[in-house]
Ligand binder design. Sequence first.
Ligand code: RP5
Length: 167
Amino acid sequence: MSASPASPLVGVVMGSRSDWETMQHAVQKLEALGIAHEVRVVSAHRTPDVLFEYAATAQARGLRAIIAGAGGAAHLPGMLAAKTAVPVLGVPVQSRALNGMDSLLSIVQMPAGIPVATFAIGQAGAANAALFAAAMLANDQSAVAAALAAFRQRQTDEVAGADDPRR
Ligand code: RP5
């Protein structure tokens, strides 16, 4: 496990090391916003006991959100959500066979009762899951609220400063 020095508020988990190419975009956003986080590979089908342990201890360890990325038959986010009260933000990883449609439908189609917030397939979803976790934390953490507002302002300024696509 890699963790930022402060006690992690956000857990970033993924079903395989092969998901890192996608999930690194969530981690980059958390780092840019100064949000303490941890990163782990937790596979629902290859390491189910690790998944249960991770979910069962998440709240007591202080996690406020779990960003979970998986591809294919992507049951990791739903299984985590079934085992913890910590909000789970699901990121569908783009699969080779079905371009991530399988991942998306596996994550988004949770039966009523156990919610998983589901984001776009791939890099955009990973980045937005981190920004969403930041927005949740910003409700009671003024430093995160300020960092998020600054990020959004920079983004606005970048578009406004280059609004002629020919240049
Ligand atoms: C899922 O299977 C993972 O989340 C990954 O997206 C997919 C493929 O995993 P690997 O075979 O690359 O390890 O569990």
